[in-house]
Design a protein around this ligand. Structure first.
Ligand code: SER
Length: 315
């Protein structure tokens, strides 16, 4: 029998594509999409969809019981840039949704939980290059503090209550199907839209700000692969480092320039520069490679080609 999956935050940047792929794999009716707001008609009409505020424990429990849910992907969160503007709201949203899901798992209402963490768990005192799985973590953003705290609770719920929770520290995720919401790595998406529309982009990060990034297809594959991995192989119950590709705005602009020769870029850093400066520039993901044979597919050129093609196809 195919088990039922619930995706929380299904209309968001990751949720939209995750829902699509999981529905292809498991059948539309076995993947229940939910979000606090309506999303694209494609998503809400293709299979079951619920308006759900996952900060509300009872509402979440109702959906889980009603559909007999086996596994949950909790993709709702407030990202780094927006969280700096609304610190308490971000903390409340990011933590209460996680606790609700962890407690439902602890009480046996679901069997498996995916919860995303981020490179934001690292901070200015973390080694910047090839950042190891276990290292100094003193995050300086509200988003990073919420993710690091979340990681500690995931590990605790696994050790203390046997909760099967799995997590990835996503790098900046690059995609064209659904817009991201308020992240520091969003420049690497905006740049493509502006390049196609007007051959010009003003970057809110400086030209030499290297950050770890990943094309969405790789991130979705990693997520599903981790969820399918045999329980016994999962050594990390806080969150796995995931590397992907590392580049600066200047390097990305150069790659776009090769394909759109008229493209020009300027740099005008804003408050997000300080956030980016506190994060690693590249990530060591050997633990994910060893434990569940992770390997990414998209390099910089493949990602740039896929983005330009993808955005043009939606015009
Ligand atoms: N992409 C996220 C952000 O910039 C990092 O997890 O907030």
């Amino acid at each position: 029998m195919v088990t039922k999956t619930l995706i929380i935050g299904a209309c968001g940047q990751i949720g939209t594509e995750l829902t699509e792929i999981l529905r292809e794999e498991k059948g539309n009716d076995n993947v229940i999409a939910s979000d606090i707001r309506e999303g694209s008609k494609d998503l809400t009409n293709a299979g079951p969809f619920e308006i759900l505020d996952a900060t509300n424990y009872d509402a979440l429990e109702d959906v889980i019981v009603h559909y007999n849910i086996d596994e949950v992907y909790l993709m709702a969160a407030m990202l780094s840039g927006t969280a700096e503007k609304f610190p308490m709201k971000a903390w409340d949203l990011n933590m209460s949704t996680l606790f609700n899901a962890l407690n439902l798992a602890k009480d046996g209402k679901i069997n498996k939980l995916f919860w995303p963490s981020s490179i934001a768990v690292f901070g200015p005192t973390t080694p910047k290059e090839n950042t190891p799985q276990q290292t100094i973590m003193e995050p300086s953003t509200v988003y990073g503090i919420s993710k690091q705290t979340g990681e500690r609770w995931c590990e605790y719920y696994h050790k203390r209550y046997g909760v099967d929770v799995r997590s990835i520290r996503y790098p900046g995720l690059i995609s064209y199907k659904t817009a991201p919401g308020g992240g520091t790595t969003d420049y690497a998406i905006e740049i493509f839209h502006d390049a196609i529309e007007g051959n010009y982009y003003k970057s809110f990060l400086t030209e030499d700000t290297a950050l770890p990034m990943m094309y969405m297809d790789d991130a979705i594959q990693a997520t599903i692969q981790l969820m399918k991995t045999d329980h016994a192989k999962i050594q990390i119950r806080s969150s796995y480092n995931l590397g992907g590709i590392s580049f600066t705005p200047k390097e990305l602009a150069k790659a776009i320039n090769k394909r759109i020769p008229q493209f020009e870029i300027d740099y005008e850093p804003d408050f997000r520069q300080a956030i980016a400066d506190s994060w690693p520039s590249s990530i060591d993901d050997s633990q994910a490679q060893n434990d569940w044979q992770w390997k990414h597919t998209y390099d910089l050129d493949a990602m740039v080609d896929a983005m330009l093609k993808g955005i043009k196809s939606t015009k």
